[in-house]
Design a protein around this ligand. Sequence first.
Ligand code: NPW
Ligand code: K
Length: 488
Amino acid sequence: MIGLHTVAEVRAAEAPLLAALPEGALMQRAATGLATVCLRLLGQAYGSRVVLLVGAGGNGGDALHAGARLASRGARVTAVLLDPERAHPAGLAAFRRAGGRTLAPEAAGPALDRADLVLDGIVGIGGSGSLRAPAAALVQRAAAGPALMVAVDVPSGVDADTGAVEGAAFPATQTVTFGAVKPGLVVGAGRGYTGELHLVDIGLAEHLPAASTSQLTDADAAARLPLPDADDDKYSQGVVGVVAGSAIYPGAGVLCTGAALRTRPGLVRYAGTAADGVRSAWPEAIVTDGRPGDAGRVQAWVVGPGMGTDDDARSVLAEVLATDLPVLVDADALTMLAREPQLVRRRAAPTVLTPHEREFARFGSEVGADRLGAARALAADLGAVVLLKGEATVVADPAGTAFVNGTGTPWLATAGTGDVLSGIAGALLAGGLPAGEAAAVAAHVHGRAGQAAAAAGPLLAGDLVRHLPEAISRVRGQRPGGLPDSGP
Ligand SMILES: NC(=O)C1=CN([C@@H]2O[C@H](COP(=O)(O)OP(=O)(O)OC[C@H]3O[C@@H](n4cnc5c(N)ncnc54)[C@H](OP(=O)(O)O)[C@@H]3O)[C@@H](O)[C@H]2O)[C@@H](O)CC1
Ligand SMILES: [K+]
C-alpha cells in the first residue's frame, strides 16, 4: 500500500527530525536524492545545461543544493532567482561555491530554450494559489523548450493536498518528492502535471501517521483477490445478483453480468428485463426476468446500469436497498437515489455508489477541484462508500478512509466501461471484501484490464470483459495463461 500524506502530516513528521538533526541536514538528504535522479536522467553531467527555477523558500533551497552537486560534476548550471533577496542563503552560497551562475527572470529566456534539464524549485509544500508572475511565464517558456522538466517535491502550481491547479503549473516529466507521496501528485489535475514519480527517503517514515489515503499496488490488490481453494464450491465464493439493462437495451446487463462472472465465476444471478440478452450472452449465469426477490439467494447486489428510471425501476431499486446485503448502486439507480437519498441513509448493510462527475452533482454539490475531499464529504453524508470515477478514480468510505486508483488509461472513457466496473466490484462485494476495499480493488483491476485491452488499440467495453482474466493474472504476478506453481 502506498500511503499518501498531507502537507500537515509531512510538516509534523519533519518537526522532530529538524529538531534532532544538525541544521540543514534534512535538506541535504533531499538535495542528494534529487541530484542523483537528475544525474541518472542526464546520463552524462559533464557539459549538460541545467537551469534552476528558484523561489524564495525551502523548495528553492533544495534546487540550489542539488544544482551545486550537478555543477561540481561538470554540468553548466544557471539559477534563475525569482526573489533574489530571499533566495535560500545556504543553498545559494553552496551553489556559488560550486561555480553556478545566476540570472534575473527577465534574462532567463534563452537559457531555458537551450536547457537539457529544468529544475522546478519555485514552490513546494509551502505553495498556495496559482503561480505568480514571473514564475508562470518562465514555466511556460521552459515547457516550450526541449528540456527534461523535473519538479522538486511538487510541481509548482499544483496543490499538494488536493491536486487542484488554478492557472499555470509546471508540467513535469519527472517529480522527485521527499519523505512521502502527497495526494496532489496522484489525484485530480495534479496527476497530469507530475510525470514519473520518484520518492526520496529522508527518514520521515517512522514519524508519519498511518495514512488515511492510500494507493493499492498490484500486490495489495492480489492479496484481496483470493484464489478458490479445494474446499470451495460455487456458492462459497459468494453469489452476486445483477439488476441491469432493459429489454430494449440489454447491453448493460450483458456487460455487468460478464464482468462479474469473469471476476469470480462462482455464481452470478441476473434479474431483470434484459433476461433474454443476458441468457444468450452468458449461459453460465442464472437468469430470471422477474424481480430481484425471484432470483434466489445472493450475497451482494449490483443495481442500476441501463435499468431506466421509471416507476418499475424505482420499485426494484427500493426492493434491493431494503435487503440487509451489500449493494452497489450505479448509473440510473444513482439518478433515482439522488432524488431519495434516505433510501441509502437508512441502510445498515454497506452500500457502494459509483458516480461519475455528473451523477455526483445530482446529490447536491459539484465535485470541484478537490476530488478526494468531495468523495469523502458525500460518503460521510450518506453513510456509504463513494467511488468517484474519472482519471484517477477515488474511493472514500464514511469513516474517511480513502483510496486513489493508480491504474487505467484514457481509453476507458467510453460507453459501457462503468457497467464492467460495477460487475467487478459487485463480485468482490459478494466475496466478502469490505466495501471500500472491494471498490478500490475493482477500480485497480478495471484499470489493468483497460491497459491490457488498449494495448491492441481503441477499446470497447466488451474488450475489458475479455481481458479481465489476463488483467487478474497480471495483478497476481502470473504470466497470462501461465499456471500457478503446482509445488513439488
Ligand atoms: N523543512 C525542511 O527542512 C525541508 C524542506 N524541504 C523542501 O522545502 C519545501 C518547503 O519549504 P517552505 O516551507 O519554505 O515552502 P516552499 O514550498 O518553498 O514555498 C514557500 C515560498 O513559496 C512562495 N509561494 C507560495 N505560493 C506561491 C505561488 N503560488 N507562486 C509563487 N510563489 C509562491 C512563498 O512566498 P511568500 O508567500 O512567502 O511571499 C515562499 O517564498 C518542501 O516542499 C521541500 O522542497 C526539503 O528540503 C526537506 C526538508
Ligand atoms: K516545485
